[in-house]
Structure formats: C-alpha cells, structure tokens
Write a protein that binds this ligand. Structure first.
Ligand SMILES: C[S@@+](CC[C@H](N)C(=O)[O-])C[C@H]1O[C@@H](n2cnc3c(N)ncnc32)[C@H](O)[C@@H]1O
Length: 410
C-alpha cells in the first residue's frame, strides 16, 4: 500500500480543512469554479449587502480539482482497513441490493456503464492503482452515480477478506494483466486459490466473468477453471468470443481492432462449497507495552540487527520484519520500522518506543501510516518488547497489551 499516495490521508486533510470553518467556502461563495445557476455571487457595485464577499480564485492559483476529488472520495471510496472484515456491504451502500464486483477496473468504463445500466445493483470496484481510482472517483461524482463503492487494494486480498461467503451475485475481471513471462506467472491474478476464493464468495448460480485478449493467459484461465469443482461454464463451450450487450472497454476495442480474439469466460457457481470461506477479522485494541528500569534510553538499539518471524496467527500466515530503529533528534523516541504481511495484506508501520519518566519506556504502534491493529501488528510489538527485554536484563514489565512476556533472561 505504501507505494500509492494514501487516499485516507487526503480525506483526513479534507476533514481537517472542514473543521476550520473560516476557510470553508460557503454555498454561493465560489472558489475558482464559475458560479452555478442560482448561486449567490455577491454584489459587484461596491455596496455592502450584508453577505461575505465572494472570493474568486486568482487565475494563477489554477482550478481547484481537489475539492471535487475530496467530496467524491468521501462518498465513494471506502477506507476498508478501518472496518471489521468482512464488510457489511448493505451498510456501506445504505441499502440492500444484489452485490457485484469488478476487479482491476482500469479507466472504469465497464464499471460506469454497468452501474448506469442497472441502478438497483450495488457495484464494488476494486483497483490497486491510485491513478485509476482517482479517475473513477471523479467520473462517478460527475455522473451522479449512486450505486458504486470503490476500494483501493490488491484485488485478491480484497476479495478474500472483505466479502462474506455467498455475498456476490457476480464478479467481473476484464483483461487482468497477463504477465506473459513464465517466471512471472505466479503474479497472474487468476490462480487455483483465487478461483476457489471467488467461488466461495459467489452465491449459488452467481457468475464470474473473465475476459482476456492474451491467448496464453486464456489457456491458463481455461485450465484453472476446469480444475475448479465449484464452478461450471454458463455456456456449452468453456468460453465465447462475444456477448451481445456486454459493456466493452477501450482496452478491448483496441484489441479487437488490432485483430485479437477476445476470450470471455462466464462460469457459474455450482452447489459445491469452497474451503476458503472468510473469517471474521476484527480491529484489535492498539497493542502497547510499558517497561520499567531503562537506563541509557539513547543506547537502547545500539548494534541491534532487527528481527524476522514467520508464524500462523488466527489461521493466517504472518510474516513480521523489524527492519531498523531511528532515533528522534529531540531524544524522546525511537521509531522502529516494521513490515507486516498477513496473508497478502501488507502494512508498513513504525513502532514507537518513547521515554517516560522516570525510567520507563512505552512501546506502541506510531500513528505514522495509521496502521490497522491486527494480530500481526500486535506480534510486531510483542517481538520488539522481547528483544528489548533480552538486551536489557533487569527490566520489569509494568503493563502488556500483547500477552505474556515470559522470562527472557538469557
Ligand atoms: C490491463 S488493465 C485492464 C483495465 C480494465 N479492466 C479494462 O479492461 O480496460 C489491468 C488493470 O488491473 C489493475 N490491477 C493489476 N493488478 C491488480 C491487483 N492485484 N489488484 C487490483 N487491480 C489490479 C491495473 O492497475 C490495471 O488498471
């Protein structure tokens, strides 16, 4: 996630901004945009009419696109890491409805057309690229579309963690990256496990549609589908080249124009149960540890080499890397760089180790990046506390929110 500018930060910036009323444009007080019809634009004849004068954005400041983006993000973009998983989709759409999802929506043409064609369907768009997310947010806002919610995430992770079993009526994947080189085939979205998860999230009779113009990837998909007992083709053949009325994308039209065959797989969920059903993943309390007896706080991590652990927590494979420690220039805090992978859900975070009077240190996840408190994050704090206790014999555990910190004396 850290490779992408965080939409959350942007929303938060906007919230901060909103809490400062003096800087907020009031309705009828345009900033930059030309005033819409019926909006108050203020008197231009120099008389005070009791209303604040409109502030027009000077030309050199340019247009204010973030205004629209921030509004659209608040409406459509779900801060999915802040909720318990799987999500309660009816709550997020504020209505009950058939749920469909498109993974890797790119420029969003399919999603937009599908949502407009069937306004009663609740559509979820999942895309990893912030550039694409930003574009669809603007499009949704401009078109006034109400039945779409957007998730910026890795599609495989989002599908597995955010959707309850049997919750999806349809799943659409148009032209996911084919990763043509053999050594990159493991990066292809369609894998045996992915299809098993997809089948588990579809309702019986629900459909997964996969389109590709890449012949080799099409054979890969065909093999994976044929090996999925919980899915069967909705057509007599395993794929078709065209479906009348199906919204196309620019990518697809370009392919067809260049003479490519489009392979469209539409497979239906059978009665077979998938073993990859979602588990509940609740947000945990922020884990912290208070230690006593620390002398020479500034030397706490001298010659410390970091730490790494692979384990299974609550049925999920977890990797924790504690990479290095950085000392704050004011001498009050160490920040330990941590990377936590929980079954493909990655978080880069910092664990704060701060000095408390008289000889105590408090360990807790720093607000840097606003990490989701998960079993893996708790484990990161636990491992760090263990390392400190090993390195500084004689320390006492005053309080622990990460479970037992046993006798670690060497
Ligand atoms: C070749 S484009 C196709 C876009 C669109 N579906 C279309 O047909 O025009 C593939 C899209 O998938 C997105 N993508 C790639 N890997 C992804 C992943 N793991 N999770 C979510 N989106 C992904 C890319 O950012 C890109 O927008």
């Amino acid at each position: 996630m850290s490779d992408f500018p965080s939409p959350i930060t942007e929303i938060e910036e906007r919230r901060k901004f909103r809490s400062e009323p003096s800087r907020l444009p009031r309705s009828g007080q345009p900033i930059g945009d030309s005033p819409g019809p019926g909006r108050y634009t203020g008197r231009r004849d120099g008389h005070d009419d009791g209303f604040p004068a409109p502030r027009f954005r000077p030309r050199h400041e340019g247009p204010p696109p973030r205004m629209t983006l921030a509004t659209a993000a608040q409406k459509y973009l779900l801060p999915w890491t802040r909720f318990d998983w799987p999500l309660d989709w009816n709550l997020h759409f504020r209505r009950a409805g058939l749920l469909r999802a498109e993974l890797g929506f790119g420029d969003g043409e399919y999603l937009e057309k599908a949502a407009l064609a069937e306004p009663k369907i609740n559509w979820v768009g999942i895309e990893v690229s912030w550039f694409s997310v930003r574009r669809i947010l603007r499009r949704l806002e401009e078109r006034g579309i109400e039945n779409v919610r957007v998730i910026q995430a890795d599609a495989a992770v989002a599908l597995e963690r955010l959707f309850p079993g049997g919750s999806l009526d349809a799943l659409v994947i148009n032209h996911s990256d084919p990763w043509p080189k053999k050594r990159h085939h493991g990066r292809r979205l369609v894998q045996d496990r992915f299809l098993a998860v997809a089948a588990g999230r579809l309702r019986p009779g629900g459909r997964v549609t996969l389109a590709t113009d890449h012949a080799d990837y099409a054979e890969w998909i065909a093999r994976a589908l044929a090996g999925s007992p919980a899915l069967q083709s909705a057509f007599p053949t395993d794929r078709v080249a065209e479906i009348p009325g199906r919204p196309s994308t620019k990518y697809e039209r370009k392919g067809r124009k260049a003479g490519a065959v489009i392979h469209i797989f539409v497979w239906e969920k059978t009665g077979e149960e998938s073993r990859w059903l979602p588990r509940e993943e609740r947000i945990l309390p922020m884990p912290n540890v208070l230690l006593e007896g620390v002398s020479q706080f500034e030397h706490l991590f001298e010659d410390w080499k970091g730490r790494e652990e692979r384990t299974v927590l609550a049925g999920i494979e977890v990797q924790v890397h504690l990479l290095g420690a950085y000392f704050r220039t004011d001498g009050s805090e160490w920040l330990v760089d941590a990377r936590v992978d929980e079954g493909g859900f990655f978080q880069n975070l910092a664990v704060s180790v701060s000095s408390r009077e008289p000889d105590r240190v408090l360990l807790k996840p720093s607000t840097v990046g606003f990490p989701r408190p998960t079993p893996g994050v708790k484990r990161a704090v636990h491992l760090l506390a263990e390392d400190i206790l090993r390195r500084c014999p004689g320390l006492r555990v005053v309080a622990t929110g990460v479970g037992e910190l046993g006798d670690l004396t060497p």
